[in-house]
Design a protein around this ligand. Structure first.
Ligand code: KIV
Length: 272
């Protein structure tokens, strides 16, 4: 029996509903890591940020559908409790609702994930409606949309002017009405995220969206200090795995050079 959180469960998790706790989400991409976090998060997003954290690209634009499917399937295989969302990569959904359906259904079929996420506001309402009316639950993503890096010119906070914030609120309402079951709001002022949260029926999941969102999401590589390239202001670090790895490998290297590894304990002998 599947014990995973469903989209129905998540839809109910507005903080305005009685006795609700904020939704705990984490971005994670591998079997090893997802096995470790299985019991402590409500939702795992297999995010296309893996292009940067795992594959070493400068942005997420080089990520392919096959990359997302391989990582999504690994995370599904290694977990039993969290709801698993897989990101739709750049180029896999923008052209038309039909293209989006083909990509999303492939993700769902080949990974076993419960839903997909796509970046975009009102301009993707038709696509969101097309997918959700045909059995594909969609998580929205507005605010800073990393797949737009080349038109934005950098990873900047969004919605800082009145005009931009009105557009964001309209985008949130549009995708909510189109059928998303929740939405990520990334790198926007807390006041704007609060207005969005109060004006849409589905839960908002903040990453740099402040304290009043219905849930929070961060990237596992960021909170564990496994991605040293750049740390956004909204990240809180909860571990220092980078340093542990460096210390362990340095010790191993010293041991090999000084011939203190392997010892008798690590060797095989001929049976007499
Ligand atoms: O790909 C990702 O990690 C994301 C999060 C920033 C929400 O989309």
């Amino acid at each position: 029996m599947d014990k995973r959180l469903t989209v129905r469960d998540i839809r109910k998790r507005k903080l305005t509903n009685k006795d609700q706790e904020p939704i705990v989400c984490l971005v994670c991409y591998t079997a090893q890591m997802s096995r470790l976090i299985n019991n402590d998060v409500d939702v795992i997003l297999v995010g296309d940020s893996l292009g940067m954290t795992i594959y070493g690209y400068n942005n997420t634009l080089s990520v392919t559908l096959d990359m997302m499917i391989n990582h999504g399937a690994a995370v599904v295989r290694s977990t039993t409790l969290p709801h698993i969302v897989v990101d739709m990569p750049f180029g896999s959904y923008e052209e038309s609702p039909e293209v989006a359906f083909r990509s999303a259904s492939k993700i769902m079929r080949e990974t076993g994930a419960q839903s997909v996420k796509l970046e975009g506001g009102e301009e993707f309402s038709d696509t969101i409606q097309f997918l959700s009316q045909r059995g594909i639950p969609v998580m929205g993503h507005i605010g800073l949309m990393p797949q737009r890096i080349q038109t934005l010119g950098g990873f900047f906070t969004q919605g800082k002017t009145e005009k931009e914030s009105i557009k964001l609120i309209n985008d949130a309402k549009a995708i909510s009405e189109a059928g998303v079951f929740s939405m990520v709001v990334e790198a926007i002022p807390e006041e704007v995220a609060t207005k969005i949260t109060n004006n849409v029926e589905v839960p908002t999941i903040g990453i740099g969206g402040g304290r009043n969102c219905d849930g929070q999401i961060l990237v596992s590589h960021d909170i564990l200090n496994l991605y040293g390239e750049f740390t956004p202001k909204f990240v809180k670090k909860y571990g220092n795995i980078d340093e542990n790895i460096i210390t362990a490998v340095r010790q191993y290297s010293e041991d090999v050079k000084n011939k203190v590894f392997p010892t008798e304990k690590h060797i095989f002998t001929i049976k007499k």
